[in-house]
Design a protein around this ligand. Structure first.
Ligand SMILES: Nc1ncnc2c1ncn2[C@@H]1O[C@H](COP(=O)(O)OP(=O)(O)OP(=O)(O)O)[C@@H](O)[C@H]1O
Ligand SMILES: [Mg+2]
Length: 215
């Protein structure tokens, strides 16, 4: 660990509403920093100035309808800007970039949740990212009821928290199918456990990944 690298490492955290991504990302960033890595923790949507405007349209708690295609393009627009402005430069500078949600979320939410075409979305994701893919994705998996109950306890609900349960079940299924199709990249973590145990599992996967990646 702590080796000087010419290119950074791109890691993403994924999972349904309230699965613990935001709780865990800061601790994972700290773990890498303690090991001597320069780290950038970021998120989609909302990792850039224009992205924050898009995030507010996408997630603000309102009953105003947003068409599924409009929603899809806003996520992709946010991603294209974020990759160009934040992620690529940080990777070039040799950083470990840890991102709270990324392209897999669009497959899970827009293709499975909103039932748009999976292959078309994969193509659009490749276009938005310029083909850049995470080296490691940590999927915080749990039944959606658990995460939604957590979100209801939170002060602020967002537009997606209020979607019907069937939508969130499709999202979970989408994530799990992605994990089955790319088991080397996507590691599934039981997100029902308490936060310390979830973090321990995340760090075990990160350690295993680094061992393989650096040798
Ligand atoms: N393992 C856990 N057990 C119990 N509660 C948790 C756990 N992890 C996080 N929480 C709580 O659940 C709520 C949602 O957590 P968090 O915001 O980290 O999830 P998230 O995946 O980022 O959600 P979102 O998809 O809405 O961004 C918070 O109130 C947090 O304190
Ligand atoms: Mg979050």
């Amino acid at each position: 660990m702590g080796i000087k690298r010419r290119f950074g490492i791109f890691i993403t955290l994924e999972g349904g509403e309230g699965s613990g991504k935001t709780t865990q990302i800061h601790r994972l960033a700290q773990y890498f920093r303690s090991a001597g890595y320069p780290v950038l923790a970021t998120k989609e949507p909302g990792g850039t100035v224009s992205g924050r405007s898009m995030r507010s349209i996408l997630l603000k708690n309102t009953t105003d309808p947003i068409d599924s295609k409009c929603e899809l393009f806003l996520y992709l627009a946010d991603r294209a800007q974020h990759i160009a402005e934040v992620v690529k430069p940080a990777l070039k500078a040799g950083k470990v970039v840890i991102c709270d949600r990324h392209a897999d979320a669009t497959v899970a939410y827009q293709a499975f949740g909103r039932e748009l075409n999976v292959k078309f979305i994969a193509t659009l994701n490749r276009f938005a990212t310029g083909g850049l893919k995470p080296a490691l994705t940590l999927l915080l998996d749990q039944p959606p009821e658990v995460g939604l109950a957590r979100c209801r306890k939170r002060a602020s609900m967002n537009r997606l928290d209020r979607e019907e349960l069937a939508f969130h079940r499709r999202v979970r299924q989408g994530y799990r199918e992605l994990a089955r199709s790319e088991p080397d990249r996507i590691r599934v973590i039981n997100a029902k456990l308490d936060p310390d145990k979830v973090q321990a599992a995340i760090q075990r996967h990160a350690q295993r990944f680094l061992k393989q990646y650096l040798h």
